[in-house]
Every structure is written in C-alpha cells, then in structure tokens.
Design a protein around this ligand. Sequence first.
Ligand SMILES: Cc1cc2nc3c(=O)[nH]c(=O)nc-3n(C[C@H](O)[C@H](O)[C@H](O)COP(=O)(O)OP(=O)(O)OC[C@H]3O[C@@H](n4cnc5c(N)ncnc54)[C@H](O)[C@@H]3O)c2cc1C
Length: 371
Amino acid sequence: MTAAEPSVDRARALVDDHVRAELPGWERSGRYPRELAAASGLTALFVSEPAGGLGLSYPDGMRVFEQLGRGDAAFAFSLSMHNAVAAALHGAGSPQLIATWGERLRAGDALGGFSLTEPQAGSDATAITTVARPDGQGWRVSGRKAWVSLAGEADLFLVVCHTGEGAGHRDIAIMAVDGQAPGVSFPRIYDKAASAFLPIGEMLLEDAPAQELVAAGTGMRAALAAIDVARCDIAAIATGLHAESLDTALRYARDRQAFGERVLDFQGIRWQLADAATDLEASRLLVQAAAERLGTPDGPVAVAHAKRFAPDAALRAAITCSEAMGAYGWLNDHPLARFIALAKMLQVVDGTAEVQRLVIGRDLDRQAERL
Ligand SMILES: Cc1cc2nc3c(=O)[nH]c(=O)nc-3n(C[C@H](O)[C@H](O)[C@H](O)COP(=O)(O)OP(=O)(O)OC[C@H]3O[C@@H](n4cnc5c(N)ncnc54)[C@H](O)[C@@H]3O)c2cc1C
C-alpha cells in the first residue's frame, strides 16, 4: 500500500457513494456541490504535508483523478483546478497570503479558480490584455476574463495579467483576487452542452484589489508550470472516463443476447472493445510517464503527449462503447451519452489537442537539430 491509497479509496468512495447518485440532482438544480467538494478530503492533494496538505506525488495524484473521472469529468475538473490553486498559493504565496487563504483552501471551505483565458485570448495566452497596477498597498486589476470555471462560486481567483514591468510577456504576473472583492463581477454565465452545475463564464475586473502571488518576470513560467500539472490531471480524468465507458459496455455486452449469442461474442464488437482496451492501457502509461516527469525539462512534452492522446482516446471509447449497447447507450441510466459530451470538453480544456501538437512539434524541431 502506498501513501496514495487512502486518497484513491476516498475518490472511489466519493464517486460510488455520492457523484453517480447525486449528479442528476446537481444538473436539475444547476447548483455546484460545494459541500461535497469540501467534504471530499481531496482539496490539498499537492500541498506538502508540513504545510498541512496530503503531499501526494504527481503519479499518485493522477490515480486519484482517474477515479474521479469515472464519476463525472466536470466535477473532477473543478477539483483539479482547486488543487492547482491551493498548490500555487502554498508554493509561491507570501506568508500573509498563506495565512489568509491557506487553511480554508486546504480544507475546501474556500474554493480556488484560475483566470487566464480572455474573450480574445484562448490558445494564444500571450494575447491577454488584463492589467494590474500597484496602488501603494497592493495591486488593482482591470480586464475581462472568459471561460472562468467556478465563476461566482470560487472564493479566490488566481488572475494572470500584465503589469507593464517588462517587454512582451515578461511583464506577466499572477495576482490573487478575492471573488467577493469590490470591482469583481461575473456578468455572463455560459449556457453549455453539459454540466449545468459547474458555473463557467466571464469575470469582469474593474480596479479590483489584488495581492501579488507571482511577480512579473516569472509569472508566465509559473502559469505554464501550473497548467502542465492541470493538463496531466485532465489526461488522468479522461482515462477514468475511458475506463468507466469500457466497464459499462462490457457489463452490457456480457449480459445481452442477440441471435442466440452474447453481444460480447460478436467478433465485430469484441475487436472494437479490444481496441478501446489497448487505448486505455496506452493512456494510463502516458499519464504516469508524464506525471513522473512533471517539474523536469522533459515535463511539458511528456504532458503534451498524454493530454493529446488520452481525451481523444476517451472520446473514441465512449462512442464505441455507446454503439456496442445499441439503443441502451443513449439512456441516461448509463453515462455514455453524457461521457461523449464530457470527452469533447476534456479535449479543449487546459489546451486543445492542436496546442499539444504545437508543443510536441517544437520538441521534434529540437530532436531534428540533434540528428
Ligand atoms: C469547460 C471549460 C472550462 C474552462 N475553464 C477555464 C478556466 O477555468 N480558466 C481559464 O483561464 N480558461 C478556461 N477554459 C478555457 C480553455 O483553456 C480554452 O478554451 C482553450 O485554451 C482554447 O482556447 P479557445 O477556446 O479560445 O480556442 P482558440 O484559441 O480560439 O482556438 C480555436 C481553434 O483553433 C485551434 N488553434 C489555435 N491556435 C492554433 C495553432 N497555432 N495551430 C493550430 N490550431 C490552433 C484550436 O485548437 C481550436 O481548435 C475552459 C474551457 C472549457 C471548454
């Protein structure tokens, strides 16, 4: 048994005892289950033990996210983002910031959000225009963020912005902004294809008070490092969605008879499920290989391979598994129709497959130079 086992078990129990049963209610009410997130015991995965967290290694953390992905990828994603914020605060925050927010974030009493994307700046994060100016006591931030997850729900947002202290993106810093502060509003919550319970929308910052988390000069590097961990989380969540899709189809194909045979005995179905099983093995190995390299120079490209592959494989698996169940694949008794929408979401969030190919392509350039 590793140090991660209690957390993996907790994630499995959270999914088995709560997420599957309660999800239809979350969707009907459109309400984020913050009490469940707080009670999950999974809100400080990557904060060190001396600082009061669980201090999981990245490979162990990915096993937790795989379990969460079996239940609901959107809820799992919200915990991924919260954990990224909690880890960044403890890794880079001033003693004062940690004193104000640390304990509440670790306990899940406060939730964290991450605001990088803007209406005109998605994949090209260097095109952001949000600015921060010093005001003598701290900073004031102005700008409009887009695709802010937990909009209006999270308590602390890490906002990526310019400070004017350096050319190009060298002036990018990360500011800690209280979601309730004057000058912070959420003027638009998106109407999405799935996951009504997870509020995502625009965040307007009008001279909002902020504290510096990461200063200009290292802000972009710190943001990219946090995004690498988040991308690995997403690949692990996709692996969980993939595994659950396969289990769902296997149970059905084992028990369902057609033309006097088990559906699982039809070679056409069996071979498609075999391909989904091979892809699942590949996704798991890529996620673990990437997690082991996080924080090293090989991390970004290893993560790009996992983030490029796992959501695509999960989408293919969800479609294949739904087809293997015939009409029943469309029933909400099974998660497969929802999983198809969620796998599409996982392809985009924290960097699209094309952006991962850009990262891999740049690495190929370096390899070509060495040949
Ligand atoms: C569910 C969800 C939650 C999110 N939560 C957050 C959040 O909490 N905080 C946050 O900051 N952001 C969040 N995002 C935003 C997300 O990170 C961006 O959507 C993503 O980075 C892509 O940006 P975009 O949607 O603007 O696409 P665009 O950048 O406009 O891209 C459009 C298309 O062009 C392709 N493309 C772009 N550049 C290239 C290129 N150089 N070469 C080839 N193809 C290219 C893209 O792959 C895509 O297919 C969330 C997104 C989703 C879907």
